[in-house]
Design a protein around this ligand. Structure first.
Ligand SMILES: NC(=O)c1ccc[n+]([C@@H]2O[C@H](COP(=O)([O-])OP(=O)(O)OC[C@H]3O[C@@H](n4cnc5c(N)ncnc54)[C@H](O)[C@@H]3O)[C@@H](O)[C@H]2O)c1
Length: 474
């Protein structure tokens, strides 16, 4: 039985579909293929492979940590599925979600007592504390209130990114965590992926000397942009957060982590240039199913959801039978925002964004978030005093200036269970969060809440700099 089949037997359909359709999952597939090929390929002269080893994702604890899932959607299901794989590490004992399909599915999968199934996050706190932790995976505008409440109730918290919608709310959460002495793990899952851990390790070992500069690209991919930031949940920067946080708080966090020093100044440019009414083609209609030029449009909802079956985890209760599934998807495209023309949505997220960062020691980083790419996978170049690194989230190559010697990291993450989502980051963070809660020690987490808040502040400052057309200081 494959891992996917195993999870399907548990009814973790949202998680499976999320993993199938998320950028992280396809990256893993691509990475696996590349790495297997890479392993068989003889290396060129003066080149060595870096092998750091891949840890088991299971958190070894005396008794399972218990957790309540608040928001049983795609992310909540992915984190809960850790409990299906490692029941001795984590037990899900409560769920809150107004969506009855998702709530019931999670209750059934994890045998959750009826008394601990709630319609709304606030209902969880009408009961005395009944678990070690809560996992907050609600929409962006519902992170702050449940997190503040959970901390006051004495729960440790695994909190989806972005932490909150304003800089003030982020620092409130930091202060609340300190006030009540609780652990908050922010889901900056990339930090827990072997690729980024290997990058961090070679920098910490000083293999490229002092880092002078970083160039980092987040290629969103045109269909992912259309799905999430034009039609979907994050189409409005006001209802969620600006794309520099909604999408790229991971990247700001990674840059801050790799450079390991405070950021002092930020400038930013960017705008919504393409996904606007003025760019709609002649013959466009409100919905792709009614559009006479749909066949010529790469952003067509019909192409993305019905023909290519991407991002289907957002649609509940899809039948297994192909014809019935397509009929249900057609109905969804007639009734939900996912069927709308990308040039006629109420979106305001930038489709290109350039952000420059200067750090305490004058080292610099540039970050680009780009909607119009055919490929995904973050691309990172690191310039140091003794060498440089070029990486693409599947592998990286470090070159020493003195010797010309190259070191390639391309470890195969396909061989161990638990490395599916976000290149291993999804369950990597679960492992470390469970260990942190079980041992009541936040040091198990790669990122403490202080550092996570700091990288969020970089994002809020970038947006301020972009809007005011001025350099912002931290
Ligand atoms: N770490 C990452 O890489 C990553 C990736 C994608 C999304 N996210 C973040 O995760 C969060 C969740 O995203 P998602 O894609 O899972 O969204 P989703 O819509 O699939 O899930 C959110 C769930 O919250 C539920 N909900 C809404 N109101 C609620 C309430 N009052 N009480 C309890 N539950 C409520 C919804 O019904 C839904 O099931 C977002 O903040 C998003 O930005 C993080």
């Amino acid at each position: 039985m494959t891992r996917k089949e195993f999870l399907q037997t548990l009814g973790v359909s949202a998680a499976v579909l999320a993993m199938e359709s998320m950028p992280g999952a396809s990256l893993v597939e691509a990475a696996t293929q590349q790495m297997v090929e890479g392993e068989n390929k003889p290396l060129p002269k003066n080149t060595e492979r870096l092998r750091f080893g891949l840890p088991d994702q299971e958190a070894k604890v005396m008794k399972p940590v218990t957790a309540i899932v608040i928001g049983a959607g795609s992310r909540g299901s992915v984190y809960a599925a850790y409990s299906a794989q490692y029941p001795d590490s984590l037990r899900i004992v409560g769920v809150a979600d107004p969506n009855p399909v998702r709530r019931k599915q999670m209750a059934k999968t994890y045998h959750i007592d009826d008394n601990h199934c709630f319609n709304d996050w606030a209902d969880v706190f009408r009961y005395p504390k009944f678990a070690d932790a809560v996992i907050i995976a609600t929409p962006d505008n519902l992170h702050y209130a449940p997190c503040m409440k959970a901390l006051a109730f004495g729960y440790d918290v695994l909190l989806e990114k972005p932490i909150a919608q304003t800089a003030r709310e982020c620092t409130d959460i930091l202060h609340q965590a300190r006030k009540y002495g609780r652990i908050v793990g922010v889901c900056h899952v990339l930090r827990y992926a072997p690729y980024f851990r290997a990058l961090k390790r070679v920098l910490t070992e000083g293999r490229v000397g002092d880092v002078i500069s970083v160039q980092h690209l987040e290629p969103v991919r045109f269909h992912h942009m259309a799905h999430s930031y034009v039609r979907g949940n994050w189409h409005s920067s006001k209802q969620t957060t600006p794309i520099i946080l909604a999408k790229a708080c991971h990247d700001l966090d990674i840059i801050r982590w790799l450079l390991d020093k405070p950021c002092k100044r930020v400038s930013a440019f960017g705008s919504l240039s393409f996904f606007t009414r003025k760019n709609e083609p002649d013959g466009a209609a409100d919905r792709c199913l009614d559009c006479v030029v749909e066949a010529k449009c790469p952003f067509s909802a019909k192409k993305i959801y019905i023909d290519r079956h991407k991002y289907l985890y957002v649609f509940d209760s899809l039948p297994k039978d192909q014809m019935a599934k397509d009929a249900k998807l057609t109905e969804y495209l007639r009734t939900t925002d996912y069927g709308r023309c990308v040039f006629r949505c109420d979106n305001d997220q930038c489709d290109h964004y350039v952000c420059n960062l200067e750090f305490e020691d004058k080292s610099t980083a540039s970050l680009q978030v780009e909607a119009l790419t055919s490929y995904g996978g973050r691309k990172t170049r690191i310039m140091g005093t003794k060498g440089d690194i070029v990486g693409d989230m599947k592998s990286f190559t470090l070159t020493e200036f003195l010797t010309g010697k190259k070191y390639i990291w391309d470890e195969d993450i396909s061989k161990l269970p638990g490395y599916e989502g976000h290149a291993g980051g999804d369950w990597g963070i679960m492992k470390d969060f469970v260990l942190a809660v079980a041992n009541q020690d936040e040091k198990y987490l790669s990122s403490s809440i202080d550092v996570s808040v700091e990288s969020h502040l970089m994002g809020f400052k970038a947006e301020q700099a972009r809007l005011k057309q001025k350099i912002a200081r931290l």
